[in-house]
Structures are given as C-alpha cells and as structure tokens.
Design a protein around this ligand. Structure first.
Ligand SMILES: [Zn+2]
Length: 276
C-alpha cells in the first residue's frame, strides 16, 4: 500500500521526520507534499487541497493534486474534510466517516482521457471498505468518538453556502453532512481506480445554525477554528492507529480497482460507439 492523505498532519510530519517533496505534474507543480513512512506504509501528506490561500471550490487544483499522487504511485487515498452537519445527530466538532455521497452539482473540470477512451468511474461502493475499516478501527483504538456512517452531500461550484430550502431537502433525503470539496477529488481518484475514503469534522450544525442571527460571529469563528484544529489532530491519531493495527489487511479484496462489468452500471461505455 502507498498511501496519500490530504491533511495538514503537522504532528506526524514533525514526529516522523517526513521530508518535503515537490512534484511537477502536467497540471502544474505541487510543492506542499510531505513524504515518509508510517508504520511500514509509504505515506504522502498533501498539506491541504487549497494551494495555500482561500479560493472558490472550483479553483482548487484537483487535477494537479491527483496527478501528484499519480507521480508518487499512490494507490490508496484518504481525504479529510471540514463540513457542516445536516442531521440532528451531528453537532459542531463531531467527526464523521461517511459511507456514501450525493454529488448533484457535478465536477466542472475536464476529465483525463486515460488511455484514449473515456470510461466512467466505478463508484459502487463509493468508499473503499478496507480503508473505512482502517479509520473506524483507528477511531476505536484511540477512543475517539466518530459517526461511523453517513451520506455526504457535495455542494460544489457555488460561491455561497446552502439555502435553507436546500438544507431542508438534504435533511429529508437523510443526508448527514454537507461540504464543497469531496467532489471532484473523489471522481478523479476513482477514475484512476484509487482506493478512496473520506473522514470529516463538522464545524457547525444545521439545527444549531437555524437561529444564526442570534449567534455572535466571533464566538462562532472561534468555535470553528477550534473544531478544525481538534479535528485535524484527531485525523492524525486515527490514521496512525489504523495503520499501526493494520495487520495483513487484504486491500485487494475490496474490489476498488475492479472495472464495472454490469452494463447497467455504465450505460455510456455499453453504448455502441458508432452511434455516438
Ligand atoms: Zn479499496
């Protein structure tokens, strides 16, 4: 297993003496990668998916980040996220390991041609069961409370947060969390048949924010900063403990790198090309 993790893993980078890496990709250089070994696993931390400054979600260099993992031969990826809680059980500061996602907006980036023929990514199951087990085991080992399932609603490509009606709809759909950054990273990683898993920290909750006007913005900001800092530290400990107790996880048994065979899973690839 060669692992890529999108996370500012400041403690592990320092403790394990990871070295800074610069990777030049066809989509531009990626110079915030830290590489080393964690419990026998070659690990590369991408120090945040934003390029060191705040950008709208559609300007995040997803293609360059994924290409950097290609260059490093990363086969397994953990994406870490800051999200909002949607269902009532999620409060600010909670951690969630989602089991699936809804991504209606669609990634507005051009997709890599692969070997010249486009083929849709296989996304059932969405997240790698072996990597999910690794995170759940890491959380239990470290005594960290996490929601071990949930649907992430990806809200990508809008320069705003969700409307009340949108959040209300998500709640009716049974969504647990909402965020702007899981896709297109997820799709780009799965197009490469990369094993992929996500873990998120909620900085607020839809139900607590319903009376947003009554809240002090400074208190909210301070609470969010704390939730993000605590979340990142928990992600580090969970990943480390999950790797430490990995044993002989048969990664190949998860089926992530299998190409879909059922035609109903990919109408596009089963459509006769001469009719396109
Ligand atoms: Zn897998």
């Amino acid at each position: 297993m060669k692992l890529g993790v999108v996370l500012r893993a400041e403690n592990l980078i320092r403790e394990k003496e990871f070295r800074r890496n610069r990777v030049v990709t066809p989509h531009g250089p990626v110079d915030r990668i830290f590489s080393g070994t964690l419990h026998g696993v070659e690990t590369h931390f991408l120090y945040g998916r934003f390029p060191g400054r705040r950008t709208p979600s559609w300007e995040i260099p997803y293609q360059a980040n994924q290409s950097a993992f290609d260059e490093l031969d990363v086969g397994h990826q953990i994406g870490t996220y800051v999200v909002g809680g949607v269902d009532k059980s999620v409060r600010g500061g909670d951690l969630v390991i989602p089991h699936d996602l809804i991504s209606f907006s669609g990634p507005s980036v051009s997709m890599p041609p692969g070997n010249g023929r486009f083929s849709n990514a296989h996304v059932v199951p969405a997240f790698c069961p072996v990597l999910r087990s690794l995170l759940i085991r890491g959380a239990r080992e470290t005594g960290t409370a996490v929601h071990e399932s949930g649907v992430y609603f990806n809200f990508y490509g809008f320069a705003r947060i969700e409307t009340d009606a949108e959040l209300n709809l998500m709640e009716k759909l049974g969504v647990r969390l909402v965020g702007q950054t899981l896709d297109p990273e997820f799709t780009l990683a799965r197009l490469r048949h990369r094993h992929y898993v996500a873990i998120a920290v909620a900085i607020d909750s839809y139900h607590d924010m319903k009376n947003e006007a009554e809240q002090d913005p400074d208190v909210f900001r301070a609470r969010s900063r704390q939730a993000i800092a605590d979340g990142r530290e928990s992600f580090e400990r969970i990943i480390e403990a999950g790797l430490a107790t990995r044993g002989d996880d048969p990664a190949e048994k998860c089926g992530c790198d299998r190409v879909a065979t059922g035609n109903h899973r990919d109408m596009f690839s089963s459509f006769p090309e001469d009719l396109l």
